[in-house]
Ligand binder design. Structure first.
Ligand code: GLN
Length: 290
């Protein structure tokens, strides 16, 4: 009988880094493996460190090898594991929804920093995808009204599951934001927020394989390469339907901040503000209906 060679977590970790050298540098590989190890062991990074010299079992090695094969094909670790963390909320993801970005966490943190926790808010998230923005806001504000809309039925399914696992009640519903120019469900909102598709065909050339080959193009690229269409439509809808004093928040393409600002001005919004993300890029907009 062939004796299976014994291996510690540390040895497996080191061997795995070598296997990932074609797709990531040492730091990235370590980060990816830490996520994978912690996920499989259901532990945090501190606990992982404390057991690195323990021996790992055969099934664990097999599971890690399967993950490595998929990572080698540039598949994002979040899709492989089927989940990620967004603003301290566990968010399930699959190929029908974008992987929540750290910039979008900043958008949520910005909104949370501007308002007192309030239970009588009504907040709607347009182009909600996985529902991450709506869920994180609902968890923070604990508000009575939380809603999310998306054109993709499959995305809405994921958003509903995410509301469930995060123990929040949110009305997620399928709708094409661009379809009609009135949306009664937007009536009396205190906050409307949207991170719509905003990547241009020009930017597509600079995108990496893990985004282009795996993430849903419908969530990244607006139809006909019209990167402002969602901003025009949503600004118009928000001006009609937001409560007096209500706020509209956008995540934006860094190259189109000026155009978004103009669209908001044309729609008679006031206190228009553009905010940079952690990389110093114009990434968010806020405007108030007065
Ligand atoms: N920021 C995302 C990216 O770089 C795009 C998000 C969006 O289109 N809303 O891939």
């Amino acid at each position: 009988m062939v004796q299976q060679q014994k291996m510690t977590y540390k040895e497996l970790f080191r061997n795995s880094i070598l296997k990932l050298s074609s797709i990531a540098d040492q730091n990235e590989s370590e980060a990816l493996l830490r996520i994978a190890f912690c996920h499989l062991l259901q532990c945090n990074p501190a606990k992982l460190l404390s057991i690195m010299n323990d021996e790992c079992d055969k099934d664990f090695i097999t599971d890690i090898e399967k993950i490595i094969l998929r990572l080698q094909q540039h598949e994002p670790i979040q899709y492989i594991l089927g989940e990620t963390i967004f603003c301290d909320c566990k968010i399930l993801v699959n190929k029908n929804v974008l992987i929540p970005r750290p910039e979008t966490e900043e958008l949520v943190e910005w909104i949370c920093s501007l308002f007192e926790r309030k239970s009588d808010f009504k907040i709607t998230d347009l182009c909600t995808g996985s529902g991450c923005i709506a869920i994180a806001l609902k968890k923070y504000f604990g508000q009575s009204g939380g809603y999310g809309f998306d054109i993709s039925e499959q995305a809405i399914e994921v958003a509903k599951q995410n509301a469930k696992i995060n123990n929040v009640s949110i009305g997620f519903c399928m709708d094409d934001i661009l379809e009609t120019n009135t949306k009664n469900y937007l009536d009396q909102n205190d906050i409307i927020v949207s991170n719509p598709p905003y990547v241009s065909q020009h930017d597509k050339a600079k995108m990496s394989a893990n985004v282009l080959n795996y993430e849903p193009h419908i969530a990244l690229f607006p139809e006909h390469d019209d990167v402002l269409i969602f901003y025009k439509t949503i600004s118009n809808l928000a001006m009609q339907h937001l409560k007096m004093g209500g706020s509209l928040f956008f995540e934006i393409n860094e190259s189109h901040a000026l155009e978004v600002e103009n669209i908001l001005r044309e729609n008679k919004f006031s206190s228009i503000e553009i905010k940079k993300d952690m990389f110093g890029k114009n990434r968010f907009a806020r405007a108030i209906k007065n």
